[in-house]
Structure formats: structure tokens, C-alpha cells
Write a protein that binds this ligand. Structure first.
Ligand code: MN
Length: 246
């Protein structure tokens, strides 16, 4: 297949050998959004892929690190004028993260408000066990940009609300390994669906995912959309192009 793959959420800096992954991605001619979990990581992570224009680096502050890293928000704001993409950001309502929920909402709200002030950004958003809270917050900052809900795992009702709000979605092999994820993807608006891996965090059969494995998500999408894999890949690529257009 000669249609370039799109990995809209990948933690390039967390692979054991990032330079090797960058070389692989360059060979594939894939489009990859390299997300970060702390503002301090952004410059070094950006430099990993400086020679590969199809890899872009997002400025993030992961909700699981909200308490430990909220002191980096001033740095986030200093870097934001040079960052077209923002993430990983969001909220995590899991039991291990609930105890610093107010830190999470402070950080997420600060980031959305900063993005709105600068005219909007492309955002890749984590919403585990927190979809309603994420959507409530995004709704309060309508100028924050284009929100992509990565690995969405909310309810069908929350999905319908997100679609109504104009959110985008990125889906990957780990999400599609479960029946719930597959049912959600079947209900997502086709012109708003992108692929991702969330590698190396996300694994399938114990192996960390790599951008090339977005092809597995395309295999599923071709079934859900009742088209061949090539058409599914073209659809995702066109969606990606409509996302990044200014
Ligand atoms: Mn992630």
C-alpha cells in the first residue's frame, strides 16, 4: 500500500531507541505526531525529529503528571507560541489519579485558556474515566482549537456529545482489541477519525506498538466502513489533511 500512514499520538521519546524509530518512520513516509508528557521534554523531543518534517512534536503536560509538573505551566506558556500541536493533555478520572483531581483540572483549564488566547491549537486529549469532565471543559473554551480525543473510552452518549461538539478521534490497535472500543469506533463520524498507536505505552500481545502498526487500525476501519484497506487509508489521510489545514 502506498498511502502514507498517520499516527496521531505516539510517544517517540519513550522508545528505548528513539533515533531508530525516527529512521523507521522516515522510511515509511508516515505522518507522526510525537506527543510529550512534560513541557521540559518538548525541546529535546522536537530535536529528535528535526530532520523529518512529517514528524511533528506536540507540547504536553500529561494529566497523570499534573500534580508533579504543574510548576512547568509558565514554561508551557513560553513554548506555546512555537507549538502548533498540544498534547498529551487532558483529565484522568481513574482511581490512581482522583486524589489530585483539582491539580488536573487547574492544569487542563490553564492549557485550554492559553491555547484559546493564542488563537487555537491542534490538541490531543486523554479522557480516561473523565469524558464528561473533558467535554465540559473543552466547551468552556470554544476557541481552544481542534480537540482530538485520543483512545476515547467513554459511553456511547458521551461519544455522541463529542461528535456533536465537533471533536476528532484517534483510534489504535490497543483500543480496537476490546469489544467496547470497536463498538465506539463504529459510531464515530467517519470524516473525523484518525489512527494512532500510543506507543510505546500501548501494547498488543505484550509488545509496544510502533507507528507502522497503524495499519492494523486501518484493517479494522476498512471492515467497519465496508471499504477496502486502501480506501480506509485514503480516508484517514484526507481527514488528517483537513485537520492540519490552517
Ligand atoms: Mn499517550
Amino acid at each position: 500500500m502506498n498511502v502514507p500512514l498517520v499516527d496521531m499520538h505516539c510517544h517517540l521519546d519513550l522508545y528505548p531507541e528513539p533515533a531508530m524509530e525516527v529512521a523507521r518512520i522516515a522510511g515509511l513516509k508516515a505522518y507522526v505526531l510525537s506527543v510529550t508528557t512534560t513541557p521540559k521534554a518538548w525541546r529535546v523531543t522536537s530535536s529528535l525529529s528535526a530532520t523529518v518534517p512529517r514528524i511533528r512534536t506536540a507540547l504536553g503536560l500529561h494529566p497523570q503528571l499534573a500534580k508533579a509538573r504543574k510548576s512547568e505551566l509558565p514554561l508551557f506558556d513560553r513554548l506555546l507560541p512555537n507549538a502548533k500541536y498540544v498534547g498529551e493533555i487532558g483529565l484522568d478520572g481513574g482511581p490512581d489519579c482522583k486524589e489530585f483531581w483539582s491539580d488536573q483540572t487547574d492544569v487542563f483549564e490553564h492549557i485550554l485558556s492559553s491555547c484559546e488566547r493564542l488563537g487555537g491549537r491542534i490538541l490531543t486529549i486523554h479522557s480516561r474515566s473523565a469524558a464528561t469532565a473533558v467535554l465540559d471543559m473543552v466547551e468552556r473554551y470554544p476557541g481552544c482549537g481542534k480537540p482530538i480525543l485520543h483512545w476515547f473510552s467513554g459511553t456511547q452518549r458521551e461519544l455522541a456529545r463529542a461528535a456533536e461538539m465537533g471533536c476528532w478521534f484517534s483510534v489504535g490497535p490497543a483500543m480496537l482489541a476490546g469489544e467496547k472500543g470497536r463498538r465506539l469506533v463504529g459510531k464515530m463520524p467517519r470524516e473525523r477519525v484518525l489512527t494512532e498507536t500510543d506507543g510505546p505505552f500501548a501494547c498488543v500481545d505484550g509488545q509496544p506498538l510502533k507507528p507502522a502498526e497503524c495499519s492494523e487500525a486501518l484493517n479494522f476501519l476498512s471492515g467497519a466502513w465496508q471499504c477496502d484497506v486502501q480506501d480506509a487509508a485514503v480516508n484517514v489521510l484526507n481527514t488528517f489533511r483537513s485537520l492540519i489545514v490552517d
